[in-house]
Design a protein around this ligand. Structure first.
Ligand SMILES: Cc1ncc(COP(=O)(O)O)c(C=O)c1O
Length: 451
């Protein structure tokens, strides 16, 4: 016999996740499907790889094979992260290493934070659309409940959006414990103005709710000069002495290192920190510590992030937005993050399903807004922080799909069978059996990217 959680996951959750996973063929060779559904910073990843090749860090000391000893995770990394916060993420409020706890990426840190704040059945309010990984941390791993706050996209970042939080709070059938805000926002690619953050924080204070801020894209701006009207305001500075504000950060997005699994919680509540530290203890490999210390969180890597990476992001984003503008497609103008959210097909389940199949036939993978709980159908997230050649190939393929739609009368299903793939997509090469579940897995270990 297995636990009821195990049965529930196997019967309901896992089949759904595997179905989603199947939609994302994993490879990026020329004739393979172009995956523009995953938010990864390929530019920074390549920089980190090159630096590591020039200066191999693997001359290990004996303690680097030992268990981690410190409560809250490596003090060396926490000091580096607090310096990053103080200099670049939240310069208005000084953070010390003792206010940080490390975990295996933002997701595991968030799992532990939700565990510390919510009992099973408690609610966490999140504006839709939102990154569906939050469902894993909140509902699937902690049996808490997501309380969606459905805000129209055109009002999403306005101060008036707080009215939607008020309404959702009043009609919630679960006891609400926290509000979770993602800033810069995934999938919308913009930052909240300070006034809106203050209004949401004010709403949280009035109702005695914890305020969780997911800031994993905090430094991923486009262009070297920060846009004046869309500056990132970290929640760490909203009320620096409050133990009700909890900030999640990781090296996955800004530094292109989502596989090394280093994330952090910044909280001024000692109780919350200790509880999270107990859950995340031993999660981070001791091997990741010298790597992060000597290769990733260095002054020169931060400079690269602020200069070359941001220039690359701006150019890549412009390629996407010029493409969309050229075809008269509506999109949310992105200034941060690794993606653009665009309305690519009609607002109906059939149109969206048929669009996804057309994308698949032409060998391109995008994440649908529906998978981000977007209330309006037809939106897709286009991740542009991929190698430039891959981005160009992806846009050409997306162009084929949009041309077909124009030719077939905007999104109807009836001619789908007649759609001829315009690129030869060899899917079999992408699939490597995964023990037990025969599903797709990355097959590009050690690949070198070119820009
Ligand atoms: C908003 C957001 N938060 C957290 C994560 C997870 O980050 P990590 O790789 O550090 O677990 C993601 C990953 O896509 C994300 O988009």
């Amino acid at each position: 016999m297995v636990s009821s959680i195990c049965s529930f996951r196997n019967d309901f959750i896992i089949p759904r996740l595997l179905e989603e996973h199947d939609k994302v063929p994993r490879d990026d060779r020329d004739q393979g499907p172009v995956d523009m559904s995953t938010a990864e910073n390929a530019f920074m990843k390549q920089k980190v790889l090159r630096t590591q090749h020039e200066r191999p860090y693997l001359s290990l000391a004996s303690y680097q094979l030992d268990y981690a000893e410190e409560i809250g995770g490596s003090i060396v990394i926490r000091e580096r992260l607090s310096a990053l916060f103080n200099e670049h993420i939240s310069p208005d409020s000084k953070t010390s290493a003792s206010e940080l706890v490390l975990g295996a990426g933002a997701q595991c840190t968030l799992d532990a934070l939700i565990e510390a704040l919510c009992d099973p059945g408690d609610g966490v309010m999140i504006a839709t659309p939102y990154w569906s990984g939050l469902d894993l941390s909140i509902s699937i791993r902690n049996n808490a409940k997501v309380i969606p706050v459905n805000i129209p996209l055109e009002q999403f970042f306005d101060v008036s959006s707080v009215d939607y939080y008020e309404r959702a709070f009043k009609s919630a059938v679960h006891p609400v414990k926290a509000v979770l805000v993602c800033n810069p926002h995934n999938p919308l690619g913009r930052c909240y103005p300070r006034a809106t953050l203050e209004a949401i924080w004010g709403f949280s204070q009035t109702n005695e709710l914890h305020y969780i801020s997911d800031e994993v894209y905090a430094l991923s701006f486009h262009g070297v000069s920060k846009p004046a009207v869309d500056t990132m305001v970290s929640a760490a500075g909203l009320h620096p002495s409050s133990g009700m504000i909890h900030v999640i950060y990781s090296l996955s997005k800004d530094f292109g290192c989502n596989g090394i699994r280093v994330g952090s919680l910044l909280s001024r509540s000692a109780k919350v920190r200790m509880c999270v530290a107990l859950s995340t203890h031993g999660q981070i490999s001791s091997l990741a510590i010298p790597f992060v210390d000597s290769v990733v969180l260095t002054d020169s890597m931060v400079t690269t992030l602020f200069t070359e990476s941001r220039t690359f992001m701006e150019e890549s984003r412009n390629l996407v937005t010029e493409f969309l503008d050229g075809r008269g497609i509506k999109f949310i103008p992105a200034t941060a993050g690794l993606f653009v959210f665009a309305k690519l097909c009609l607002n109906s389940t059939d149109s969206e399903r048929s669009f996804i199949m057309r994308l698949c036939k032409q060998g391109i993978v995008l994440a649908s807004g529906t998978s981000y709980h977007c209330q309006e159908l037809g939106w897709f997230r286009i991740c542009f922080a991929v190698e430039r050649s891959k981005l160009r190939a992806g846009l050409v393929r997306l162009g084929y799909v949009l041309d077909e739609l124009d030719a077939s009368g905007a999104g109807e299903n009836d001619q789908l069978d007649q759609v001829e793939p315009r690129v030869r997509v060899d899917r079999k090469r992408k699939l490597v059996a995964l023990d037990g579940c025969d599903k797709a897995k990355r097959s590009c270990v050690g690949k070198d990217l070119t820009f």
